[in-house]
Design a protein around this ligand. Structure first.
Ligand code: BV8
Ligand code: ZN
Length: 247
């Protein structure tokens, strides 16, 4: 794919993949960076079905802590989330945001074309009836399933390691037909999300660009890179795209 000087003049569908890095400037920790979640917790114990079977209380506490933090009024969408919502409003073609994040900051910024491929922190799923319901309380304490009334059967509606991410068919369909694929704030270490850029490259029609604070595990797979904090880079990037929209 030839190197472009800028994205002005690109037209067509856009797919944006976001990771924990886009929410760092809103005050939420990432996973693998300094102060990341995997420094304080062991992934195998709190983000796998085996860990949940072994010690459900520990896993519930891990997500209860993150849910309470997300519900703190101090945690708000940042300029990067807002810029992506503006892109969706003003771009002449469909924009799909595929987020690995389980926070609700994209929704709160106004994005509608959104897929939470790893689930959502503010929803709970019932182990007995598979019902999914909005959930803002601690799960370690309150445990009644709103659909079937079962007790002690609720877990966070989150995709753990070894579990199948959500809406993959819709995601791959969008990847194969997009004209622009943008990865924002992800380390490119978790699959299948880390492989999405390959699906775009195999389709052979899209420009690929990575916006990140630093080089990631899959930087070499992108035609273009912009380095810096998302809250600065993304608004500038969206303004550049929109300046050439419909050219
Ligand atoms: C699957 C849960 C198959 C919710 C997450 C062995 C056994 C089983 C599976 C595997 C295996 N080996 C490999 C796999 C696949 C596995 C995997 O990829 N493992 C990795 C570790 C090698 N993947 C899976 O298991 C997936 N499922 O493969 O299923 C299957 C098939 C059929 C049937 C059944 C199953 C499921 C993966 C989902 C796991 N759940 N989260 C939660 O607790 O949040 S993943 C976890 O990592 C997070 O959710 C997050 O989304 C994800 C990726 O992390 P990032 O978002 O990239 O965050 P990170 O901290 O890593 O990086 C932050 C980035 O931001 C950095 O680059 C940094 O530079 C940048 N940044 C920081 N600040 C800023 C910034 N950028 C811009 N501005 C800033 N200010
Ligand atoms: Zn139930």
């Amino acid at each position: 794919m030839r190197q472009r000087e800028s994205v002005v003049g690109i037209g067509g569908r856009i797919v944006v993949l976001t990771g924990a890095g886009i929410s760092v400037e809103s005050g939420l920790p990432s996973f693998r960076g300094a102060g990341g979640l995997w420094q304080g917790w062991r992934l195998e114990e709190v983000a796998t079905p085996e860990g949940f079977a072994r010690d459900p209380g520990l896993v519930q506490r891990f997500y209860d802590e993150r849910r309470r933090q997300l519900l703190d009024p101090a945690i708000q969408p940042n300029a990067a989330h807002r810029a992506l919502a503006e892109l969706e409003r003003c771009w002449p073609d469909p924009v799909l945001v595929v987020t690995q994040n389980i926070d609700d900051l994209h929704e709160r910024a106004g994005t509608q074309g959104l897929i939470h491929m790893h689930g959502e922190l503010l929803k709970a799923r019932c182990g007995s009836c598979a019902g999914v319901a909005s959930w803002r309380a601690d799960l370690a304490i309150d445990h009644r399933c709103p659909s079937c009334g079962g007790t002690c059967s609720l877990r966070p509606h989150v995709v753990w390691f070894g579990e199948l991410p959500l809406e993959l068919d819709a995601i791959y369909k969008a990847l194969e037909s997009c004209a622009l694929f943008v990865a924002i704030g992800t380390s490119g270490q978790v699959y299948p999300a880390a492989g999405f850029v390959e699906a775009v490259r195999a389709a052979g029609r899209a420009h690929t660009i990575e916006l990140n604070l630093e080089p990631s595990a899959f930087s070499a797979r992108f035609a273009e890179h912009r380095q810096g904090p998302a809250a600065e880079l993304v608004p500038r990037f969206v303004a550049e795209l929109l300046s050439g929209a419909g050219q």
